[in-house]
Design a binder for this molecule. Structure first.
Ligand SMILES: [Zn+2]
Ligand SMILES: [Zn+2]
Length: 774
């Protein structure tokens, strides 16, 4: 680099700095440092397609600001970079881009294809994260599908199993037939979808009268085991405990008064089937009904459905409506919008099907988790509610087994003869579906052959132990004791009920402690109109070309000043370009200051004291924002100070003095001193947000070493002079306006009265505006 500052901020300069940082190793974590540790439980991003969401790029830029803030506060910061590589989206993406189906390819081969796909997506992601200036540990980045990581997931499972927190049960559970697996509550989304509400005539056995029942799921008639009516619903009091005959299947079922029936829905009489929704599950249990499985794992009707067996659910629904109409049993069909639970990934409506799964106990931990979570500080505080509401809404334990391939294997072998489950010792990575068991004989019956488990874990079983992985839990006890709980968990609002909740559950179960001191929750990146970005809407923005065009600092400055922490934010190229104008302005300010030498000390004038007072006030605001890791506050405070006050007013007021026109040497030195003091302070205050341009200017003007090895400055100037700010700005603006109205140039002389209050600044104001003193 040459010694003069460039006129324009060229993103190419950022690439030179990246190379310099890499060579100097300035962000390297020293685990033996005497400084207090600050570990960031970085969310390992999930490569599931391209391009990477620009909102995620903004999110990671802000997480980097957390790391840089903590370094400048004097902490030894560990900012790990991980990639989450387990789970369904990768399988689906692989099937799509490789044109294969998981069911037609041998498991080993399919896993290979997934790995290849992941490697490619991961390389693009890592390159972008580096380019954005993330000061993380890229040399040791971790993968959740590595042997080391998966061995830890398995070890924690074995530990919880031995403590009796895991059990197997056949239970009606959320099931996505499209994805072929059990789905946790947290993976369900609700969508308003059109549905047909069919009013069907049942016969009442005792008096042969008609009972009309409305349902959106007529294909579940095969599984209807009761009818309920609200006990207070007088239309049906005479039918309590009588019997209805299910059409087509001619089964008699009881008519039961139960408060779960809502009189205002349909006709107020409701059929209870195994299983239309979760209310059905609860009622089957409560009323002791015998379940009938009418839908299988492929999403087809079973033998229990009679002539509809083998049909797809929707096909069967249409067929049964036709048949009922022919039999004269349909009173009417209403088109309604129905709140439908769908699989988060494939958007397929969820079915509730009894499945055998492993469960991790969670309900019995709800109270203690709420109690303990009170000790974690939330940024912003209001997002704590997202976690508490989710804990309060839990109804079942967490089903953790998945019938998928690309995940961590459940480490169990079963005795071929008696079925007894055998778990291996914790410590290494096991693949029971392909490996020989590490045991000779069944501990129960002595048989010597075993069958390996083929299922994998829910991917949140892996990602929920990230704080344990990065603190070397069960691998380096000394480091773990120093590093856990970690300082902060930064994450998006959309994964509170999954990543945040599962992490505190699992880590509490394993360590008895909450895993973090701070929880930082950012909002969601939306498009210009405030809508979610999605490929189907065509409003996706690829972050890579944006960052290449504008540079990382413009992008980072934009995302810091776009919205306050925790709020959703809007993304468009125009907004980024606009916010980026500050970077150009800032470089121009620095170029001007760099024209003058920097004296070590000076005798300050009132004008200098005034701008340093404003600077002190700006620093105070910045620190308030930095302590809350809310970068909106420093970004807007610095922009306002540097552009609207320092450049517009102070530089103009002190210009003649800085050039020595009509002022003493001492007064000139005071201007030089103040210009540099202001610029140096702003550089340091801005360094976590725009690490490139600040380091570039710093090295040109102030040091051979990087600004990123510095601490935040202690600003000691009195803030008393800030009382003049409004009057100064008003006076200057008035003079500029007057000159403009009279067609005068800024240097033309003008006659104007300086307000009494501004007498201390008189000489600078006279010189600035060329005021004719009478
Ligand atoms: Zn699905
Ligand atoms: Zn056995």
């Amino acid at each position: 680099m040459s010694s003069e500052l460039e006129k324009h901020w060229d993103p190419k300069l950022e690439e030179e700095l990246l190379e310099l940082w890499r060579r100097e190793g300035i962000y390297r974590f020293n685990p033996r440092s005497r400084r207090p540790l600050f570990l960031i439980d970085t969310p390992p991003p999930y490569p599931s397609g391209r391009p990477w969401h620009i909102g995620a790029a903004a999110h990671y830029s802000q997480i980097d600001m957390i790391a840089r803030t903590a370094r400048m506060m004097g902490y030894e910061v560990y900012f790990p970079i991980g990639i989450d590589r387990n789970g369904l989206p990768v399988e689906i993406y692989t099937e799509r881009v490789r044109g294969v189906s998981i069911r037609d390819v041998p498991r080993e081969r399919f896993l290979e294809l997934c790995r290849e796909t992941l490697d490619q997506l991961e390389a693009e992601m890592i390159a972008l994260m580096r380019r954005m200036g993330l000061s993380g540990d890229f040399d040791n980045y971790y993968r959740t599908d590595s042997e080391e990581y998966r061995a830890l997931t398995q070890a924690t499972f074995i530990e919880l199993w031995n403590r009796g927190l895991i059990y197997s049960a056949t239970r009606p559970n959320n099931y996505c037939w499209e994805c072929g697996t059990t789905i946790a509550d947290a993976e369900i989304e609700y969508e308003e979808r059109p549905a047909k509400l069919v009013y069907i005539k049942f016969k009442v056995e005792e008096d042969e009268s008609d009972l009309i029942i409305a349902t959106t799921r007529p294909e579940l008639l095969a599984a209807c085991q009761a009818v309920i009516v609200n006990p207070g619903d007088e239309r049906y009091t005479h039918l309590h405990w009588k019997h209805a005959i299910v059409p087509i299947y001619s089964r008699r079922v009881e008519i039961i008064p139960h408060p779960a029936a809502r009189p205002e829905f349909g006709t107020g009489a409701v059929m209870i089937c195994s299983y239309g929704d979760y209310t059905d599950v609860l009622l089957f249990r409560e009323l002791g009904l015998k379940e009938i499985v009418a839908i299988n794992q492929e999403g087809k009707m079973t033998e229990a459905a009679g002539k509809y067996a083998g049909m797809r659910i929707e096909e069967a629904r249409e067929a049964i409506i036709r048949d009922l109409e022919e039999m004269g049993l349909v009173v009417k069909v209403e088109e309604i919008m129905h709140r439908t639970p769908v699989c988060e990934r494939s958007k397929t409506p969820i079915e509730i099907i009894p499945m055998e799964d492993y469960y991790l106990k969670q309900l019995e931990f709800a109270e203690i988790l709420k109690e303990k979570s009170a000790f974690m500080k939330f940024h912003p505080e209001r997002h704590r509610k997202l976690l508490i509401d989710w804990i309060d809404s839990l109804k079942i334990d967490w089903p953790i087994s998945r019938r998928r391939y690309y995940g961590t294997e459940i480490p169990i072998w079963y005795c071929e003869r008696c079925g007894e489950p055998h778990l291996p010792p914790a410590g290494r990575y096991y693949r029971p579906w392909i490996e020989d068991p590490p045991f000779e004989r069944c501990k129960k019956c002595g048989h010597d052959r075993f069958i390996g488990e083929t299922r994998t874990f829910d991917t949140w079983m892996d990602s929920s132990i990230s704080p344990l992985f990065i603190t070397k839990y069960s691998r380096d006890e000394r480091f773990f004791r120093r590093a856990y709980p970690v300082a902060i968990r930064p994450q998006g609002k959309d994964i509170v009920r999954t990543w945040l909740y599962y992490t505190i559950l699992r880590c509490y179960q394993l360590t008895g402690k909450m895993p973090f001191k701070h929880v930082w929750i950012s909002g969601t990146g939306l498009d210009e109109k405030g809508e979610k970005m999605s490929k189907s809407k065509g409003n996706v923005i690829d972050p890579a070309p944006i960052i290449e065009k504008y540079g990382a600092d413009r992008f980072r400055f934009w995302c810091a000043q776009e919205s306050s922490l925790g709020e959703d934010f809007r993304i468009s190229e125009e907004r980024i370009a606009n916010a980026g104008k500050f970077i150009t302005k800032f470089l121009n300010i620095a170029r001007y200051v760099s024209l003058f030498p920097r004296p070590r000390r000076a005798v300050l004038t009132p004008t200098d004291r005034w701008i340093l007072a404003e600077l002190a006030e700006t620093a105070r605001k910045c620190y308030e924002g930095y302590r809350d890791f809310n970068f909106f506050i420093p970004a807007t405070a610095i922009r306002n100070f540097a552009w609207n006050i320092f450049a517009d007013h102070y530089i103009e007021m002190s210009k003649q003095r800085a050039y020595g026109r009509g002022f003493s040497k001492s007064e000139q030195r005071a201007a030089w001193y103040t210009l540099h003091e202001s610029l140096r302070t702003i550089l340091l205050l801005l360094a976590p947000i725009t690490p490139f341009i600040t380091d570039y200017i710093w090295r040109k003007l102030y040091s051979k070493k990087s600004i990123h090895l510095e601490r935040f400055p202690k600003v000691r100037w009195s803030r008393a002079y800030t009382k003049y700010t409004n009057t100064i700005i008003e006076f200057n603006s008035m003079v500029w306006r007057m000159k403009k109205e009279r067609g005068l140039s800024l240097r033309d002389p003008i006659e104007v009265e300086i307000p009494r209050e501004l007498k201390p600044f008189k000489r600078d104001l006279v010189a600035m505006h060329n005021i004719v003193v009478r």
